[in-house]
Design a protein around this ligand. Structure first.
Ligand SMILES: *[C@@H]1O[C@H](CO)[C@@H](O)[C@H](O)[C@H]1NC(C)=O
Ligand SMILES: *[C@@H]1O[C@H](CO)[C@@H](O)[C@H](O)[C@H]1NC(C)=O
Ligand SMILES: *[C@@H]1O[C@H](CO)[C@@H](O)[C@H](O)[C@H]1NC(C)=O
Ligand SMILES: *[C@@H]1O[C@H](CO)[C@@H](O)[C@H](O)[C@H]1NC(C)=O
Ligand SMILES: *[C@@H]1O[C@H](CO)[C@@H](O)[C@H](O)[C@H]1NC(C)=O
Ligand SMILES: *[C@@H]1O[C@H](CO)[C@@H](O)[C@H](O)[C@H]1NC(C)=O
Ligand SMILES: *[C@@H]1O[C@H](CO)[C@@H](O)[C@H](O)[C@H]1NC(C)=O
Ligand SMILES: *[C@@H]1O[C@H](CO)[C@@H](O)[C@H](O)[C@H]1NC(C)=O
Ligand SMILES: *[C@@H]1O[C@H](CO)[C@@H](O)[C@H](O)[C@H]1NC(C)=O
Ligand SMILES: *[C@@H]1O[C@H](CO)[C@@H](O)[C@H](O)[C@H]1NC(C)=O
Length: 550
């Protein structure tokens, strides 16, 4: 009787256990860990500040934002606010339902947004530790937040074209939807992080502390401070410091983390800026085939838009370049000034074509369709492998700087938390080098017309995009040491990426299996050929990020 009664209880015992299946990593520790470790201090001699490092690049400040005057609605309680504190309009052809989020169609100029794992086919998981697993180590690779246009980009050229028109005989006039252009002024700076960009990186740091703060106990036990890395450009330094401020607090971040600023300038080896040494990076028939293909797509995609807008302006003849420039002004002004009157000029289809323009550009410049992507991502890939295996870099056959990476002070191998900041192109190059094929699963993007695909630039390379690699200890897997890859909250399936990995509902695979696949991947990526070789590449195919031998 008793036996049967106990059997009857079993389901209840089992379900009670479900609640507790995910171990609290702080449980059971006898001492209370308080970060930072005692007697530690940042080493400014080894990790000097931005002003001492130099190479901060072009820095052009902007007119102050004045959203309280200029925005169409108030960011806090407006239904139009899809991404606080920015205010965006509905598309020109909106049906008034207000459900199309234009900011998710701006490619690399989108503010990052949370992507569901189901987009990549994992419908029943989240970044939270799966049942039975504890995250024991985390590797974060993240992009700077919103910035002004790079210097000389299309928006400033468009502003000059409009300014020129006002000086011409016949003058300039616009009306209807374009009426605002009569009094419009170009207010953007160049290259620097914007206010909302600062907020994105701060928020990323704060949420990272919320999620992974317990891993700092490892530093407390070791009596060391973490080394987090970035590049010397002003926005990159500001990105890393804002992230640190969010993670450690103000002013604590000044004394609780070493920020390593790697020099970004032509000719210098830097895993965060491989295009400075990979000379094929910007060759039209090699590293930038995506830009060419995207421009060709734009020439055909916006004819109806040109026709509609041309009827409301005199003194300027619109081209597809101008349309892209105005769409970019929509993105950049929103990101920098809080609102842009350009956004409501464009239809839902225009925004979809704009996103696709970026999808083409990034897929073929830095994704699977690029001949230099894997080579450019090889630097971070080899650093990941080095950190995974806690083995110093064996050789510098990429953008790796062995002077830094063979020195444990600059490149420690025993951290429980890593956080490196870089550019979106390098993040995508690195995903390509990591062979994260889920991103590219629908194959090469057609370049002549918009087609549904698994590769969406705004999901992969937006402002503050971030790849989180979790190393886990699981009681219900064999072996117990597992790894998974999370991009902007979407857990990626890796069974197609790494031979030996099975499909897993939480995107898990054996750590050792993945590491040995990545070591093979390192061997097949040929930096010298891909970056310096004399070959011709074309858009339209999946190169797996590696140059053809022609
Ligand atoms: C996962 O979700 C997507 C979209 O929500 C759906 O299309 C797909 O069929 C689902 N797959 C599985 C295996 O449930
Ligand atoms: C503006 O006009 C000047 C002088 O005519 C010309 O050199 C320049 O290319 C024009 N700029 C643009 C963006 O149209
Ligand atoms: C390695 O990095 C350091 C610091 O960024 C830099 O001074 C040095 O020139 C780099 N070495 C090479 C070979 O580029
Ligand atoms: C769009 O306009 C361009 C430039 O006038 C022209 O070359 C192209 O054929 C047009 N494309 C379509 C699809 O109408
Ligand atoms: C615009 O195009 C029309 C027709 O081709 C031409 O007559 C006019 O001069 C052009 N205007 C400008 C400002 O380039
Ligand atoms: C810099 O990179 C080149 C190309 O991979 C390599 O040959 C060289 O050894 C590297 N230098 C250092 C100091 O890492
Ligand atoms: C971790 O690496 C750093 C840098 O080499 C070193 O100072 C520290 O003692 C190491 N800690 C452990 C526990 O090995
Ligand atoms: C801290 O984390 C590193 C990397 O996971 C590990 O090698 C080391 O043993 C940990 N140290 C302590 C004291 O837990
Ligand atoms: C990369 O992924 C492809 C499939 O997407 C796979 O065939 C190949 O084996 C992988 N390469 C490595 C080195 O794991
Ligand atoms: C590169 O290859 C092309 C086509 O095969 C050839 O025309 C050109 O001369 C080569 N250039 C160099 C520098 O070898």
């Amino acid at each position: 009787m008793l036996f049967i009664a106990l059997l009857g209880l079993l389901p209840y015992l089992a379900s009670a256990a479900v609640v507790d299946k995910r171990a609290n990593p702080n449980a059971g520790s006898t001492t209370v860990n308080v970060y930072p470790p005692s007697k530690t201090t940042v080493n400014t001699a080894v990790f000097p500040a931005e002003s001492d490092v130099g190479y901060e690049g072009i820095t052009i400040t902007a007119v102050e934002p004045a959203a309280i005057q200029t925005a169409k609605a108030y960011a806090y309680n407006s239904e139009d606010t899809s991404i606080f504190p920015l205010v965006v309009d509905q598309p020109e052809d909106s049906n008034g339902q207000g459900n199309f989020e234009i900011n998710k169609y701006w490619g690399n100029l989108s503010p990052w947004y949370s992507v569901p794992s189901s987009f990549y086919g994992l419908n029943e998981t989240s970044p939270n530790a799966p049942d039975g697993c504890s995250v024991t180590q985390v590797h974060l690779l993240y992009r700077h937040g919103a910035r002004y246009p790079t210097s000389g980009a299309a928006p400033s050229t468009f502003a000059a074209k409009v300014a020129n028109a006002t000086k011409q005989e016949g003058g300039f006039n616009s009306w209807g939807e374009l009426d605002f252009l009569n009094s419009w002024e170009y207010k953007l700076g160049a290259e620097l992080l914007t206010v909302s960009g600062r907020l994105q990186n701060f928020a990323l740091g704060a949420s990272f502390r919320q999620q992974y703060g317990y891993l700092l106990n490892n530093f407390t036990e070791q009596g060391t401070l973490p080394v987090f890395r970035t590049e010397s450009q002003d926005r990159m330094v500001k990105t890393a410091t804002n992230f640190a401020a969010g993670m450690f607090g103000v002013p604590e971040f000044l004394s609780q983390v070493n920020i390593e600023i790697m020099i970004e300038t032509p000719g210098v080896n830097n895993t965060g800026a491989p295009y400075e040494t990979c000379t094929n990076s910007n060759v039209p028939s090699r590293g930038s085939i995506g830009s060419t293909a995207a421009n060709a797509f734009a020439i055909n995609a916006f004819n109806g838009t040109i026709e509609r807008l041309q009827g409301q302006i005199q003194g300027v003849n619109f081209t597809s370049t101008d349309i892209i420039a105005m769409l970019q002004l929509c993105s950049y002004e929103t990101d920098a000034l809080g609102y842009s009157a350009f956004c409501k000029l464009f239809t839902q289809e225009d925004f979809e074509n704009y996103e696709y323009y970026y999808d083409i550009s990034f897929y073929y410049n830095n994704g699977a369709g690029s001949p230099v992507a894997a080579a450019q991502g090889k630097g971070f890939l080899s650093e990941f492998v080095s950190r995974f295996t806690q083995t110093p870099m064996p050789k510098a056959d990429s953008s790796v700087n062995s002077t830094l990476d063979n020195n444990p002070v600059y490149f420690p191998l025993n951290q429980s938390i890593y956080a490196d900041a870089t550019h979106e192109v390098i993040l995508l190059d690195t995903f390509t080098a990591l062979n994260l094929s889920a991103l590219f699963s629908s194959g090469p993007l057609p370049t002549d017309k918009k087609t549904e695909s698994s590769f969406k630039a705004s999901q992969v390379v937006p402002f503050a995009t971030h790849l989180t690699i979790q190393v886990l200890e699981c009681s219900n897997t064999s072996p117990s040491k597992q790894i998974r890859f999370i991009l902007n909250d979407a857990v990626l399936p890796i069974d197609q990426s790494y031979p030996g990995c099975q499909w897993n509902k939480d995107g898990l695979c054996s750590f050792d299996t993945v590491v040995s696949a990545l070591q093979k991947r390192l061997e097949e990526i040929d930096w010298n050929h891909d970056c310096y070789g004399n070959y011709t590449a074309q858009p339209g195919q999946d190169y797996n990020g590696r140059a053809p031998r022609n």
